[in-house]
Ligand binder design. Structure first.
Ligand SMILES: Nc1ncnc2c1ncn2[C@@H]1O[C@H](COP(=O)(O)OP(=O)(O)OP(=O)(O)O)[C@@H](O)[C@H]1O
Length: 299
């Protein structure tokens, strides 16, 4: 048999097997029905999202009438998904900060791992930008960064990194931000688990280095760039350029971003050092314009 024909046959078989597995996955991971009860306690209101390893629902806890976020492992991903969810519960259990949803309950239900956390009714910053079309000034971006640094410092103090600081993982509610999704959190110094590496496959250059606060600070740099680009209006016909050329930033913020993104020496003392730096820049705006940090984010 010519080589190509045999390869096409094997390739076709593998492709067919993959399609079959995908279909099977869709069936086994189909979301539970709205109104159904989990553990005779959590009444499902709606499906919030279907991630790589879990399904997240908005539920009402029938014991107290409170809204909660319930994440259950995906059956198609087997024990691995359950293990990752148990890991997430273990990390969340160590956190105690007003800007991080509290872990309320972790249990097994019909062979799946489930974690229940406080539900934060608000909008993610991704929704604020891409659905509501909000635009953030430099001062507002820094005011958000200072808020975000508070839970981040807490995570680092507990000896962990969050590992996924991005605009879809930050919820804004009543002038305050909340950091969610600890699915990629790691202990300081811990290498990326092979299974987490697979989960990050679609991201550019998965981090192979042992976990360090620098990784969260670098993510915070990218987070700030996303926020700053919300107000960027490209000039017609102008070729795309670097962020340094496109965004009109004060020299202080540009310098800070270059440090966060590894273009200059970073913040060796970690998030607390950055906190001081962001506060200093924000204070310089406040004294110029007579505004307070909190003012800029409130309607
Ligand atoms: N505590 C919470 N309060 C409010 N909304 C939440 C909460 N936790 C998760 N969500 C929302 O639920 C959806 C699913 O979130 P989650 O972070 O669990 O998984 P994901 O982002 O879909 O997938 P992955 O885990 O692969 O990143 C998102 O829209 C998120 O904003």
């Amino acid at each position: 048999m010519p080589h190509g024909v045999r390869d096409a046959g094997v390739g076709g078989h593998v492709e067919l097997q993959r399609s079959w597995q995908r279909l099977l996955g869709l069936w086994t991971d189909r979301p539970r029905r709205e109104g159904s009860l989990i553990l005779e306690r959590y009444r499902i209101q709606e499906l919030l999202g279907m991630g790589s390893y879990g399904l997240t629902y908005l539920c009402v806890d029938e014991q107290n009438g409170k809204e909660v976020a319930l994440k259950e492992s995906k059956p198609s991903k087997g024990r691995l998904s359950a293990r990752l969810l148990d890991r997430e519960a273990d990390v969340m259990n160590r956190m105690n900060h007003p800007a991080i949803p509290k872990l309320l309950h972790a249990f097994k239900y019909k062979g799946r791992s489930c974690i229940v956390t406080e539900y934060i009714r608000g909008e993610t910053l991704e929704q604020c930008i891409f659905e509501q079309g909000l635009k953030y000034t430099e001062q507002e971006c820094l005011a958000l960064a200072i808020q975000l640094l508070a839970p981040l410092v807490h995570v680092h103090e507990q000896g962990y990194i969050h590992g996924d600081v991005r605009i879809p993982n930050v919820i804004f509610r009543e002038g305050q931000i909340h950091l969610i999704d600890f699915g990629l959190a790691r202990r300081m110094g811990e290498p990326l688990l092979p299974e987490l590496k697979r989960r990050m496959r679609e991201l550019p250059e998965p981090e192979d280095e042992p976990a360090s606060p620098d990784q969260d600070l670098q993510d915070l740099g990218h987070f700030l760039l996303f926020m700053l680009y919300s107000a960027y209006e490209p000039e017609k016909g102008k070729a795309p350029a670097s962020w340094q050329e496109e965004l009109e930033l004060t020299p202080e913020l540009r310098h800070m971003l270059e440090r966060l993104l590894g273009l200059r020496p970073g913040y060796t003392a970690g998030a607390p050092e950055l906190q001081v730096e962001v506060k200093r820049v924000l204070d310089s705006y406040s004294s110029e314009k007579g505004t307070q940090i909190g003012d800029v984010l409130l309607p």
